[in-house]
Ligand binder design. Structure first.
Ligand code: ADP
Ligand code: ZN
Ligand code: ZN
Length: 732
């Protein structure tokens, strides 16, 4: 056997290992590089795998190794660096490496198709065409004139746009030897020059200088900047610094579709060197962006969670905006945290990573406190805007009208009369969270979940937000046939109705997932808000994300109390982040802002700290509580979940798993459970979990790496669906 003739391949299959193959018959292994795809015989079928490394010996008998069927790429799709990150992530999050790597490829490439060519078909003048005497045929002349202005050529599409349909004429010109077809790289459109550029304030400049002077090595930075403090300007300044050093930049944001303004701001500053990668794009558009990034054509990638794996040969800076946002953690399948992987990737690449937020996660604040991250602060709003004033509104004995207290209604009235915009936040879409029979007390429960079905009047549906189950509205109570069915509680649809009655002269923009389902709907709504067409804005957390509403002077927060008493220890942190983010929409420009929070628990110490001392003090209080309770970030957790159609099976499997864990060295490991999940029944399945916790990451991973691959062999595993979630963010 020649050395390194065995191919170690990541094959998408639910197994915690790579597979050894021989090269296809007659193929010299020396011509194969890690990162290429191969077609492989696998089980009874065929799969597409990615070459991870070449080795000289296999744990299996070489005689029993199969040969790969075909080589699919001449050039690697992924570099050694990309593979290293993916394999690290697969191992850390206990996910099969073949599935992790497949998930990082654009869909078409995963299926084994040829990669899209970045180059586009175009035309250019030949030397003879340049020298030719002007022809008398006007169309020919037009085309030649157009091409003369484009020495490198022009794409077919652009030519079509300029000269109309011109294929036959091009063919005539080609026959004369005056023009020739060519392939063109994506054309870079220069950024639109800004009329006036902002002068950065000293805090912004200091943040940029600190990170930019570290472009050559690893460093993790937390930019803790209050809402409206100009964090985006810091990102843009750093991007320019990295581009000037010929490096690529990766920027991750929670949801691009929700922040069209941010996208526009980036595009106008950086131009078309930017590739967008998010789920709103077609497969082909995404793949083009991916290719542009991996070939070094795109200097900046602006994407959501999964863009963390985009190949970037010249990567020199990673930015994670709104780093506290839950959407950076994938909640099913390959359960990675893009934010945490950004730190790992930056360390592998020896480049800086900047996490930004007005409400940093407790994890990141703790990392600053322990010196793992360097903290950068923007404590004041940029451009002279003042922080909003926040007050609690005790609604314990207030007569509510559609969830609105008289005090809040009065304030709304005042601001609207003064010609200002107001924003109301209610994180519950639909008309009402439940329907009740006034006669017998029946509630609209989901038949498949331990949850209630939300009333959606717009679509005339009862809709379970947990499993997606829908049904038409009941005309009468299914239990007692009474027709006295009533909505109970408030959702955004109902709030819109109440506001329309109260303020009939003011158009209302309702912004939630239902009102923005159609493509472009959110952008249209936001634009109309900016034009001042709408005076009243109302919506769910979609409104809290990064929007800039300069005329909003009053923010009303309707119902945040659940966050204070949830079974999930992270609920308070989430509530505070939401309050702070929503509050941050008020008074961002020259008008002062005011925020009113309706609550039935005005004396709650967490709320008191939050509104009187601010988010950072609140976070410190929470961290102290977590420390005392031995919870993350002072402990490391993994959650083993199991579900099955019947009730004993998940618990039995988890008990077996706990017994199995005891075979390994469990010193320093705590097992909590198994216990039923907080929502035990969901989508018709009974769910339970086992929490595995340790004081050190390495201890936790030592046990996980032995335990998880062994679980598939348990008899009880056959009757359940199970998954492991490392660093879980939700305990549901
Ligand atoms: P953040 O991302 O921290 O919420 P942004 O970067 O969106 O804040 O900035 C908020 C507003 O302040 C924007 O309208 C921005 O143009 C403006 N701004 C940012 N930096 C400055 C500055 N140095 N001087 C004046 N205005 C600024
Ligand atoms: Zn009834
Ligand atoms: Zn349901």
């Amino acid at each position: 056997m020649p050395s390194q003739s065995i191919l170690r391949i990541a094959v998408p299959a639910p197994l915690y290992t790579c597979f050894d193959y021989l090269p296809p018959e007659g193929v010299d292994p020396a011509t194969l590089s890690p990162g290429i795809r191969l077609l492989l015989p696998f089980g009874r079928g065929e799969r597409i795998g990615v070459l991870v490394e070449k080795v000289s010996s296999s744990t299996l008998d070489t005689g029993s190794l199969k040969s790969a069927t075909a080589v699919l790429d001449s050039q690697p799709l992924l570099t050694g660096q990309d593979l290293k990150l993916l394999l690290w992530a697969a191992s850390y999050y206990q996910h099969p490496p073949g599935e992790a790597i497949a998930a990082a490829l654009p869909v078409r490439l995963r299926r084994g198709e040829e990669r899209i060519k970045l180059e586009e078909a175009g035309w250019r003048l030949t030397a003879r065409g340049e020298a030719a005497q002007p022809t008398r045929a006007p169309r020919q002349r037009q085309i030649i004139q157009t091409l003369k202005g484009q020495p490198k050529g022009i794409t077919q599409q652009a030519l079509h746009a300029l000269c109309g349909s011109c294929r036959p004429i091009l063919r005539t010109l080609e026959k004369k030897g005056w023009v020739e077809p060519c392939e063109l790289k994506p054309q870079h459109i220069a950024p639109t020059p800004e009329t006036s550029r902002l002068t950065l304030n000293p805090a912004q400049r200091a943040a940029i200088t600190t990170v930019a002077s570290n472009l050559q090595g690893f460093g993790a930075f937390l930019l803790n900047g209050v809402t409206g403090s100009g964090k985006t300007e810091v990102y843009l300044g750093l991007i320019e610094a990295a581009l000037a050093a010929n490096r690529q930049v990766l920027v991750l944001v929670p949801e691009i579709a929700l922040t069209p303004q941010l996208m526009q701001r980036f595009q106008s500053r950086i131009g078309s060197l930017i590739a967008l990668l998010h789920s709103g794009l077609s497969e082909r558009e995404r793949e083009r962006g991916w290719q542009a990034a991996s070939q070094g054509e795109a200097a900046v990638v602006l994407g959501t969670r999964s863009a963390i794996f985009t190949p970037l040969p010249q990567l020199g800076l990673i930015i994670i905006d709104e780093e506290h946002d839950l959407s950076f953690k994938q909640q099913d399948g390959f359960r990675y945290s893009a934010r945490d992987l950004a730190i790992v990737r930056a360390r592998h690449r020896c480049c800086p990573v900047l996490l930004g937020s007005a409400t940093p996660s407790l994890e990141s604040l703790h990392n600053v406190a322990t010196g793992r991250y360097q903290g950068l602060t923007l404590s004041e709003r940029a451009g002279g805007a003042r922080p909003p004033r926040i007050d609690l509104l005790d609604i314990r004995s207030a007569p509510l009208n559609g969830g609105l207290s008289p005090a809040l209604l009065g304030m709304l009235e005042r601001e609207l009369t003064a010609g200002n915009q107001v924003l109301l936040f209610l994180n519950r879409r639909g008309y009402a969270p439940v329907v009740i029979c006034h006669h017998c007390g029946w509630l609209s429960e989901c038949p498949r979940c331990d949850a209630r079905m939300t009333l959606h009047l717009g679509t005339q549906l009862l809709w379970c937000h947990h499993c997606g189950h829908q049904r038409r509205l009941y005309r009468e109570c299914p239990r007692c046939s009474s027709s006295d069915l009533r909505p109970l509680g408030q959702g955004t649809e109902r709030l819109e109705e109440v506001l329309a009655q109260q303020f009939p002269n003011h158009p209302i923009a309702r912004i939630d997932r239902d009102s923005t389902r159609r493509k472009g709907a959110l952008e249209r709504l936001l634009n109309a808000v900016h034009d001042g067409h709408y005076r009243i804005l109302l919506g769910t957390q979609m409104l809290a994300k990064g929007h800039h509403f300069p005329d909003v002077t009053l923010v009303g927060i309707l119902d945040m109390d659940q966050g204070l008493f949830s079974a999930d220890y992270r609920a308070a942190e989430r509530m505070a982040q939401m309050v702070e983010q929503v509050a941050g929409r008020a008074g961002r420009a020259n008008k002062p802002g005011r925020v009113l929070i309706q609550t039935r628990h005005p004396d709650h110490p967490l709320l008191q700290t939050l509104i009187h001392q601010g988010y950072n003090a609140f976070a410190q209080l929470c961290l102290d509580e977590r420390c005392q309770a031995s919870l993350p970030p002072f402990r490391y957790q993994a959650l083993l979940r199991a579900e099955a159609p019947s009730s004993e099976k998940p618990i039995r499997f988890l008990e077996d798993a706990a017994r199995q864990a005891a075979h390994f060295n469990t010193q320093g490991i705590e097992l909590w459970g198994p216990v039923p999940a907080p929502m035990e029944r969901r989508a018709g399945r009974i769910r339970a979990h086992l929490l595995i916790q340790a004081g050190h990451r390495s201890t936790l991973h030592r046990v996980l790496s032995q335990l998880i691959p062994s679980l598939g062999k348990l008899k009880s595993a056959r009757h359940v669906r199970w998954s492991i979630d490392v660093d879980p963010q939700e305990m549901l």
